[in-house]
Design a protein around this ligand. Sequence first.
Ligand code: MN
Length: 460
Amino acid sequence: MLVTGGTLIDVDGERVADVRIGTDGRIAEVGPTLAPLPGEEVHDATGRFVIPGGVDAHTHLHLPLGAIGASDDFHTGTVAAAIGGTTTVIEYVTAERGSDPVQRLEDWKRRAEPASVDVAMHMTFTEAVAEGVVAECVERGVTTFKLYMAYPETLQVDDDVILDILTMAKRRGGMVTIHAENGGAITALRRQALAAGRTGVFEHSRTRPALLEGEAVARATALAEVAEAPIYVVHMSSAPALQALRAAQERGVAAYGETCPQYLFLDVDRLADPDGENFVCTPPLRDPWHSEELWEGMARGWLHTVATDHCPFWVADRHAGMQARPDGWRDFTEIPGGLPGIETRLALIWDGVQRGKLSRSDWVRLCSEAPARLFGLWPQKGSLRVGADGDVVVWDPQRSQSLDADALHMATDHSPYEGMTATGWPSLVTVRGRVVAEDGRYVGEPGYGRFVERAPIVRD
Ligand code: MN
């Protein structure tokens, strides 16, 4: 396949060039005016941008939650990903307490079989593990380990476990990714709210203040500093969190940060809307000034990636709550948290480029290159260099796309961006040289996506 006349954007800069993807699915040649080979499929990308396929480093395509569960699966979620320009997702496997993490990984891999884009996985530990378990995961291509500093009933681990796993991960060429919120303090605030009869949606945000996110980022990065290990903070939502991350970076800690479009485009007032329950996510949406800090943090390189934390629900499930009550949730602690986003990430960050908040190369770095590098997928993913996988997005900067739920492909009947129209959308998306989406339509094949084993990360 030959993609001609587009403006390439990647780590090597911005230039007009043609890209050839060979029959092995890899990029075979990049250069000005390549001549088509006999029988070669040619796509004219004149006036468009050609970028490495998006890498979404934080998805939940399978997530049971109480009596309900996230609404996408690996089929529907990766179709939506492909249409929006994401060609690799990194899914979070959860090893619940008492379960065998390696068995959970195999369960998730089986669920991922219908995927239409490539899939890698992170492992979430919810209790102490032996180093052999970490080693076994690395052996199976899973090199990143998520830990929660919140949700004490089900997910949270204490600082001793965090320090141990930071040390083990580092020794095995892996990295810890962390959900940074002070779970103990949040538990007390929730208890106080309920005791005072404050049960509405808005309490979700009032009981998870930004200060407690900042405290947890400071603590997590201090633990990483002591362990001399890298750390990656997921879904950073606030200025205090960013400030704590920067402080660690200035001390020389390998501290990386992820944010998500919801923290850039939505603010906490949505929780006061009549459909506020549909905007519950964790960390919660913040006051708008935090978003401005996050945009600046991305432009300056203090935040490294934009992922989605994609975790959609049907409106009816959202309303029934985690106890699946026919008459609806009884207080805010029963509302499932998570937003759809796997399809709209590239378009939303592109919108930031159009508004002058980021450069085009920032967009590619944040959405594709940096997550590939940080998670050991580079240069196979996130790159247009010869030899990389032929994961290519032709981006049409003129194409309009409604962000209403009806116009999108994620398995949900609610869109956080209802009423918004994006300008800029993929006109062609390939995974390893095969077209999976064209002009906003899915043309791929369920099951084509592969599980990508990641190599241990070598650090200097
Ligand atoms: Mn998540």
